[in-house]
Write a protein that binds this ligand. Structure first.
Ligand code: DX5
Ligand code: ZN
Length: 229
């Protein structure tokens, strides 16, 4: 199932509630499939966004599932609180957790899905042997830290290999791509095998966010990789 998750990183923060409503669609249909919240600590990435209080405010306002992308150090310590708060899926970076299996099990125990994210330069092999513990693999298609960057084309083989790995091992794993997703790049990422697409600028930096989401969903669905779902 193709899913579009707008990233609120570059939305109009002063009007956060309106910005969440803008992508929700009438009666919860036709809009975003989830909200992607980028948590940054100015250590793991050279930028600071927000932490748990803002994520709690987002959760209190929106009916959409929230996926928390944690670009923070020491995820083993900080990630569980995002599961307790009610995020549907919590995605720490592989580079920032020392015990990913224990963390995934803790997130599950707290009622959330567990994701694991890789920076562009981190090979799939870093997590291949523990993927069975996770519900989602996030492949960064820009260097994490900022919205509005161009998609790194050389990530395409990694997406393809990730899809092959998921297919050959029979894992029930969503494959999320994040960074530089536009109505053009989404076609190639979908062809390569991604099925959950984060889009910040492409949704929030246009007048009609719902039309942008519909266009992205259509482009991804049309170019959907045949992976037997
Ligand atoms: C970057 C974040 C992304 C970003 C996406 O570190 O993880 O979620 O906000 O923004 P766009 O779609 O503009 O690249
Ligand atoms: Zn993100």
């Amino acid at each position: 199932m193709t899913a579009i998750h707008p990233s609120i990183l570059n939305c109009d923060i002063a009007h956060l509630a309106d910005e969440l409503d803008r992508v929700a669609g009438a009666d919860g249909t036709g809009g975003a499939d989830g909200i992607h919240v980028d948590v940054m600590d100015n250590h793991f990435v050279p930028n600071l966004s927000w932490g748990l209080p803002v994520v709690e405010a987002v959760l209190a306002h929106t009916c959409l599932p929230v996926d928390a992308h944690l670009m923070i150090r020491d995820a083993d310590r900080w990630a569980p609180a995002y599961a307790e708060a009610g995020c549907q899926i919590v995605t720490p970076h592989a580079e920032a957790t020392t015990a990913p299996v224990r963390l995934a099990r803790e997130l599950h125990r707290l009622g959330a899905g567990a994701g694991i994210a890789l920076r562009p330069a981190t090979p799939l092999e870093a997590v291949a042997d523990v993927l069975g513990e996770f519900d989602l693999l996030l492949l960064m298609t820009v260097e994490p830290g900022f919205g509005g960057q161009p998609f790194i084309e050389s990530m395409m083989p990694k997406i393809r290999r990730a899809r092959e790995l998921v297919g050959s091992s029979g894992l029930d794993l969503r494959l999320q791509v994040d960074g530089g997703i536009t109505s053009q790049t989404i076609e190639r990422a979908a062809e390569a095998g991604a099925d959950v697409f984060v889009a910040g600028s492409a949704v929030y930096r246009v007048d009609d966010a719902l039309a942008a989401i519909a266009e992205l969903r259509e482009a991804a669905a049309t170019h959907r990789h045949d992976h037997g779902r």
